[in-house]
Unconditional design. Structure first.
Length: 426
């Protein structure tokens, strides 16, 4: 399985400096993130624009997510159905998704992959992102390449797509880049940027062709490549690559998966169908509890007490959707089965706001899932969540992020069963 980020590589970079989130970032990677912040123009944090929203008042707050000067146009405001906001309910068009991941080149051909897809469908999932990872040798390498041992073969990808489609799952292909020396993909610095982009373009068009041939519903054109989307020249290159994807004949939905702290770096959202967010936002409620309640986590989506001042993550997404005129999909969201996972969601070994290490507990993972679903299922411009991750081998149910075989899987099953019970009027 592709390695998850060991820490928040951009660590909440701001145009006014760096927000330090308790328990994240250290050493060379944190220093590199700081250097990148000085070279790019990250988004501006809007601090405490609205009061914290109570757990039983989510739906009523929909029209107050953005200050009046930048409010979402009336046509995108929604009136929810009669379902109380603390009860599971999803819209009929909600993309209930998972990220299918594999360790080896032929894993998608194995019975464990078919079993994983069947399990996702049985849990009520409607969509799946099939992840295929290519590699750079180190952070300065000027090319990406398939690893013959770890990158899924084309035959394996085609089999996974066909199996998923036969089960009625909507499929998005999701090629991504990892670095063999452990560098986070958002901090790569190719020695020859034009050569890197040429290599990446070849990889992307390869998967666009696979998506066309397999009739995949969507393609993720990039994943968390913050240092490669950080300026006007990069934007031109990405727009060119997106046109090339269309030129091969692919007409499915396109998105780019930006890490939660890289959203403002992307200058080509309007060339895509969706804004993709890898939504590992740190949720630190007032009081900085190590084991917050669901209600406190819901409130923290609206007012998270990161170091440097409270931040409203819901406003952040609302403003992005309003500015770019594109709906939002959470291309990744995940939590490990440990305390403090919501405060430090990008770390397989979360650090609590107090600085203490987390302890294993499935309840913390489950509570974070419930809080996210309560907040975002009522938000009409967010069209769905693809949970990280859903490994091909059932024995990987003990994988840190996977909900398989854990309380969080019960939550997904319960919520997915309610698709169509929440109505919205745009």
């Amino acid at each position: 399985m592709a390695a998850r980020r060991p820490l928040a590589a951009f660590g909440a970079l701001l145009s006014v400096g760096v927000i330090a989130v308790a328990g994240t970032g250290c050493g060379a990677q944190a220093a590199a993130a700081g250097r990148l912040a000085a070279q790019t123009t990250p988004f501006v944090v809007a601090r405490a624009e609205t009061p914290a929203i109570a757990d039983d008042d989510i739906a009523a707050q929909e029209t107050r997510l953005v200050p009046a000067a930048t409010a979402t146009p009336a046509k995108t405001k929604a009136k929810t159905g009669p379902v109380p906001p603390d009860r599971p309910a999803l819209r009929a068009d909600w993309q209930a998704g998972v990220n299918l991941t594999a360790d080896a080149a032929t894993d998608f051909l194995a019975p464990g992959s078919d079993d994983a897809l069947q399990a996702a469908r049985a849990d009520g999932s409607t969509s799946v992102e099939i992840v295929a990872t290519w590699y750079m040798t180190d952070a300065t390498a000027s090319s990406v390449a398939a690893d013959p041992v770890r990158t899924p073969t084309d035959a394996a990808v085609a089999h996974a797509v066909a199996t998923a489609e036969s089960l009625g799952l909507k499929v998005l292909l999701k090629p991504q880049v990892d670095v063999l020396d452990g560098t986070y993909r958002g901090l790569i610095a190719p020695a020859n940027r034009p050569a890197w982009f040429a290599s990446y373009r070849a990889m992307l068009l390869h998967y666009a062709t696979l998506a066309l041939q397999s009739k995949a519903a969507g393609l993720v054109v990039g994943v968390e490549l913050g240092s490669m989307v950080s300026g006007p020249r990069d934007t031109v290159l990405w727009r060119s690559m997106i046109r090339s994807v269309r030129n091969v004949g692919y007409r499915g939905q396109l998105t780019y998966a930006a890490n939660w702290d890289q959203l403002g770096l992307v200058g080509f959202w309007r060339s895509l169908d969706y804004i993709g967010v890898d939504a590992y936002f740190p949720l630190i409620p007032h009081g900085r509890q190590s084991q917050p309640t669901i209600a406190q986590l819901v409130s923290a989506w609206h007012r998270s007490y990161v170091v440097g001042g409270p931040v409203n993550w819901v406003n952040r997404i609302a403003r992005l959707e309003h500015d770019e005129r594109r709906p939002v999909v959470f291309t990744e969201l995940g939590y490990v089965a440990a305390s403090c996972t919501a405060a430090d969601p990008y770390d397989v070994a979360p650090v609590c706001p107090s600085g203490a290490r987390s302890v294993a507990t499935e309840h913390a993972q489950q509570d974070a899932y419930v809080a996210a679903l309560r907040v975002w299922s009522r938000t009409p411009y967010v069209r769905g969540i693809y949970w990280w991750d859903w490994p091909t081998d059932a024995n990987q149910g003990t994988d840190a992020y996977s909900p398989r075989g854990k309380l969080a899987e019960q939550t997904l099953r319960e919520w997915n069963a309610t698709r169509g019970t929440l109505t919205t009027k745009h």
